[in-house]
Design a protein around this ligand. Structure first.
Ligand code: GDP
Ligand code: MN
Length: 357
């Protein structure tokens, strides 16, 4: 489950990680009580909002009104904001990048940092990152090394403190990603989280009653494997989902994710999956591999069609739907010019041909 910036900032600020003072703006709300100039930020589950015009600095009441209405009407990478975040404007001296991730292959938490924050991090060479395991025992020392890496000796204490709090926050929140980009050094030398992305582990929802925004029925098991991958995968059942990922790799493509949508593939589940997928920048194909036993293929096909009509610029779908009512599903999809493949191989090969042509 990916959080919006304002939700993520709410959590990190409860761990006393400094964030700018902010107020959520819902459609129809009155103007917020912040001194001008302040910043209006579109709340969508994707990065690159700055580049896409989703971040506005407003200097007056009339500019605020104008920008609130234009931001609500601006879709970013196909996503329309349901709310905005108004924040006091931060005086930026420097922007860096820091994140805490779970390295699944090494089974450890890691801290990543880069000297240049603000811009999309995928554009950086992996060699340029500071990358280190992060544990409660070493977090203070990691903060010291981070200050050296940033050549920011004056912020050494603040970075030690930040490193410890980031780790505590990730562990206590069952987060699989916590990214602060930019991490700002202000004109008067303070550290502030300028932007925050956070992904929570849906499987831990049972022990977080405060996650009222995670619908345990809708939530599915989405694992990012490689955010620069070119193929997204959707399957039902963990075994079939793993086999799908393996087959994509065998075909020489790069799967961006693993996703088990579970038993009932409802419109919400599929929509949730598509919304995740469109946040990956390099996806050219979505492979859907469903074996419907109790689930009915025509219901799944309807869910896919409904969800895809809600997301513009969705990458092309390559679907294998087998099992109960698969003929009805074929008719529904073919009416929308979406072919259904009999075998996973032919499904992946079709995607591969389209990608390489
Ligand atoms: P993103 O583009 O979706 O990652 O959105 P960010 O929240 O990271 O904002 C993008 C960029 O807008 C930042 O890197 C800053 O350069 C700029 N920006 C955002 N908030 C402020 C602010 O309060 N003051 C100033 N001067 N710039 C800001
Ligand atoms: Mn950012």
């Amino acid at each position: 489950m990916k959080l919006l910036e304002h939700e993520a900032k709410h959590i990190i600020s409860s761990f006393h990680i400094p964030t700018p003072k902010g107020i959520v703006v819902n459609p129809g709300d009155d103007l917020v009580d912040l001194p001008y100039p302040y910043v209006l930020k579109s709340q969508v589950l994707t990065g690159g909002r700055g580049k896409a015009g989703g971040i506005r600095i407003v200097k007056s009441e009339s500019e605020a009104r104008e920008n609130i209405s234009s931001l609500f009407n601006l879709s970013i990478k196909g996503l329309a904001p349901t709310c905005l975040l108004a924040e006091e404007k931060v005086d930026i001296a420097r922007e860096m990048y820091v994140s805490v991730i779970i390295n699944r292959s090494l089974a450890q938490i890691e801290l990543l940092a880069h000297n240049e924050g603000g811009i999309e991090i995928e554009s950086h060479d992996s060699q340029e990152f500071f990358r280190t395991p992060l544990t409660p025992e070493t977090s203070e020392e990691t903060g010291i090394r981070l200050a050296e890496f940033f050549s920011a000796p004056e912020q050494s204490f603040a970075l030690q403190d930040l490193t410890q709090k980031l780790l505590s926050c990730v562990i206590a929140s069952d987060a699989t990603l916590l990214e602060i980009n930019p991490l700002i050094i202000t004109g008067d030398g303070k550290l502030v989280a300028g932007d925050c992305k956070m992904t929570l582990d849906n499987a831990a929802a049972f022990r977080h009653p405060e996650w009222d925004f995670v619908d345990p029925i809708v939530s599915s098991n989405f694992v990012t494997l490689n955010s620069s991958g070119n193929v997204a995968t959707i399957a039902n059942g963990a075994g079939l989902a793993m086999a799908t990922v393996d087959a994509v790799i065998d075909a020489g493509l790069q799967p961006a994710n693993f996703l088990d949508i579970g038993g009932g593939a409802s419109r919400e589940t599929v929509l949730d999956a598509f919304q995740h997928i469109v946040t990956f920048p390099y996806i050219s194909a979505i492979i859907i591999n469903i074996f419907a036993g109790i689930t009915r293929c025509d219901e799944v096909a309807k869910a896919i069609l409904d969800a895809s009509s809600e997301i513009p610029n969705l990458p092309k779908l390559y679907i294998r739907l087998e099992g109960t009512n698969s003929e009805e599903a074929r008719k529904l999809l073919e009416a929308k010019h979406i072919p259904l493949y009999r075998q996973l191989d032919s499904c992946i090969n079709a995607a591969k041909e389209d990608i390489s042509s």
